[in-house]
Design a protein around this ligand. Structure first.
Ligand SMILES: *Cc1c(COP(=O)(O)O)cnc(C)c1O
Length: 244
């Protein structure tokens, strides 16, 4: 088991290196985040031992439940799932960045909580680039106004954007999603909005990382290619009505 996770990470790293070479990019520009939903702490610790210390969880409950077991190893945890406002209080305790802020109401509640705790937090704005109903994220055309509004909150630092590419719609459609996010980033950087640094583009997963690298990703979120197939369908994690 142990060697499998290590080998899988080596395999992913080789894929990233090859994709960077093809795209004429420096692999140093790419951060590898391991999507650890459903993965038990012992296996996450194996990934840490193999040198990967950036993880992402989709459920606040999993973030909390695994916290103790992972605390001994320095690492960074991002929240990459749909955030319900009643979970904000907890998520700010356990995550260093929330990648899924997609509306002003949520951001305002987050700001309120952070102010109470006298804490600041990095966030990414999640954009629904595939226009699939089942996915969260703000609409591409609403992103700039959301960024401008959220940029006024003193305890929140916008660091970039996150998207989930179209899943089974073919490579061209996936590429379109990633290009859309890159265009949004360019536009926001050009707008030079005070206190916004939009350097992170979180896009690309196990099945589409090569396309994401070609289209300018700076953070890949990899789950199944490292930890194996999951027993829950992803809709369990991506759907509003899924339990907890
Ligand atoms: C599960 C998940 C991933 C990783 O997906 P894989 O296909 O397993 O690599 C990336 N991003 C989000 C938001 C996820 O929920």
């Amino acid at each position: 088991m142990e060697t499998m996770i290590k080998e899988n990470i080596q395999r992913i790293t080789a894929r990233i290196t090859a994709a960077c070479k093809k795209a004429g990019r420096n692999p140093q520009e790419l951060q590898l985040l391991l999507a650890t939903k459903t993965v038990e702490p012992a296996r996450i610790l194996q990934a840490f031992a193999a040198g990967c210390t950036l993880i992402g969880e989709n459920k606040v409950q999993e973030l909390r439940d695994k916290y103790e077991a992972l605390a001994a190893v320095p690492h960074t945890a991002h929240f990459i799932g749909h955030l319900q406002s009643n979970k904000i209080k907890e998520v700010v305790q356990y995550a260093q960045c929330i990648q899924s802020v997609d509306n002003l109401d949520l951001a305002a509640k987050l700001e309120h909580r952070l102010a109470q705790e006298d804490k600041s937090m990095d966030i990414l704005i999640q954009v629904n680039t595939s226009a699939e109903e089942s996915k969260f994220g703000c609409k591409p055309e609403e992103t700039e106004s959301l960024v401008r509004a959220v940029s006024c909150f003193p305890h929140i630092a916008i660091r970039g954007f996150m998207t989930i590419g179209a899943l089974s719609a073919g490579e061209d459609k996936t590429r379109e999603c990633f290009r859309c996010l890159k265009q949004i980033q360019k536009r926001i950087i050009a707008a030079a909005i005070p206190s916004v640094s939009a350097d992170i583009l979180s896009m690309g997963m196990s099945g589409d990382l090569e396309i994401a690298v070609e289209e300018g990703s700076t953070m890949l979120r990899i789950g199944s290619a490292v930890f194996g197939e999951r027993h829950y369908p992803d809709s369990y994690y991506w759907n509003e009505n899924s339990p907890v």
